[in-house]
Design a protein around this ligand. Structure first.
Ligand code: SAH
Length: 358
């Protein structure tokens, strides 16, 4: 059975070529071709001698997630439905979203197929956890999305680990993928342009804090009290706000860095002025930025927040000197927005397109 190269580190690739009786430095050349040049075809790795390429064609392979369907949004973003696994791993489907913007593209990728966390407002939760992704399956989503859009790529690529799954519950594979994504000799994405979002897995946050190479960190706060958070995010019973915010206060931020807090605004549930004032108190003493995300509809018993409430919420935060922004998710018409990745077909009646930020 050929060995899968995608997801392997430079050291692992060196060990692999050495196992074939080749000089180890050839592994470094494969690493460069694969991740820095994004050459996905072994036969085209012309920095390798022809006999080695022939040998690799037998002994190795590079497998990208297979695109099952593309869902292009009116706003220019595209949701990809991928299928992964099959031969040596459990077959699964996952999603990623390609979001072009002036001067850059953001690629939102999944770290697990499905999710175990059961956040009540999120459609991905309905899938349950199917399985963890490997490092190669995580990186493969970025490579596949870049490959698909090769002709129209902007100079900068941002990667957000905000698709299906809880990245900190698949720590080893996520970290192995990030080391390649953030390696200047690998995919060379700047740590300033990569964000890992967590529902608040405290031991994972503590572990990430000790990593030398790491992306920016975002925390899905989503509520202004334990009582409220317990009702929508069962993980809060395990890691309540005191513990979560304590881990955040201890998190070693780099000089340029803020902790981002995502706050899904659920109409009539967590979007009142009192909620906003409680959020200000919770996040006092943190170098924090708040992204307010009006709830993206799915077949779940929540409401979109009122425009006036959204604005008032934001104003209360900024009046207290906090950085706060309203983030309308892209791709709502094709179920590509935050919380909508659940392998769903695009909605028959697109939502109010006027509210999409094109
Ligand atoms: N499991 C991680 C990574 C997913 S990020 C985490 O929870 O952070 C996805 C983000 O979208 C999270 O901040 C989540 O709270 C938010 N979200 C989930 N459902 C949503 C919805 N229907 N509308 C808007 N945001 C949603």
């Amino acid at each position: 059975m050929p060995v899968e190269l995608l997801g392997k580190s430079a050291d692992e690739l060196r060990a692999f070529v050495a196992s074939l009786g080749e000089p180890a430095y050839r592994g470094g050349q494969i690493y460069h071709a694969l991740y820095a040049e994004r050459c996905l075809d072994l036969a085209a790795m012309t920095n390798l001698p022809a006999p080695l390429r022939a040998r690799l064609a037998e002994e190795a392979r590079i497998t990208l997630p297979r695109i099952v369907r593309r869902f292009p949004s009116v706003d220019g973003s595209v949701r990809y439905l991928f299928s992964i696994g099959g031969e040596d791993a459990k077959p699964a489907q996952i999603e990623a979203v390609f979001i072009p913007k002036e001067g850059r593209q953001t690629i939102c990728i999944s770290t697990q197929a499905g999710c175990a966390l059961d956040c009540h407002f999120c459609l991905t939760a309905q899938l349950g956890l199917i399985r963890n992704l490997s490092a190669g399956e995580i990186i493969g989503q970025v490579l596949a999305a870049l490959e698909e859009n090769r002709e129209q790529l902007a100079p900068q690529t941002n990667v957000v680990l905000m698709g299906q799954g809880e990245p900190l519950l698949n720590f080893d594979a996520v970290m192995a993928a990030l080391l390649i994504l953030l390696d200047p000799n690998g995919m060379a994405i700047s740590p300033k342009h990569a964000t890992l979002s967590t529902s608040g897995i405290v031991p994972g946050i503590e572990r990430l804090a000790r990593e030398k190479v790491r992306p920016k960190l975002a925390i899905s706060l989503n509520a202004s009290s334990n009582e409220q958070r317990d009702r929508i995010m069962p993980i809060n019973r395990k890691y309540p706000l005191e513990k979560l915010l304590d881990a955040c206060r201890k998190y070693p931020l780099r000089p340029w860095e803020h902790l981002t807090f995502e706050y899904v605004l659920l109409g009539g549930f967590n979007d009142s002025p009192e909620d906003a004032r409680r959020v200000v108190k919770l996040l006092a003493n943190l170098r924090a930025k708040v992204n307010l995300i009006p709830w993206n509809p799915g077949d779940l018993p929540y409401e979109k927040p009122d425009a006036a409430r959204i604005e008032e919420f934001r104003r209360i935060l900024t009046d207290k000197g906090m950085l706060a922004f309203v983030r309308y998710s892209r791709g709502q018409d094709v179920m590509a927005a935050c919380g909508q990745l659940a392998l769903a077909e695009a909605a028959e009646t697109p939502p109010d397109v006027a509210q999409l930020q094109v």
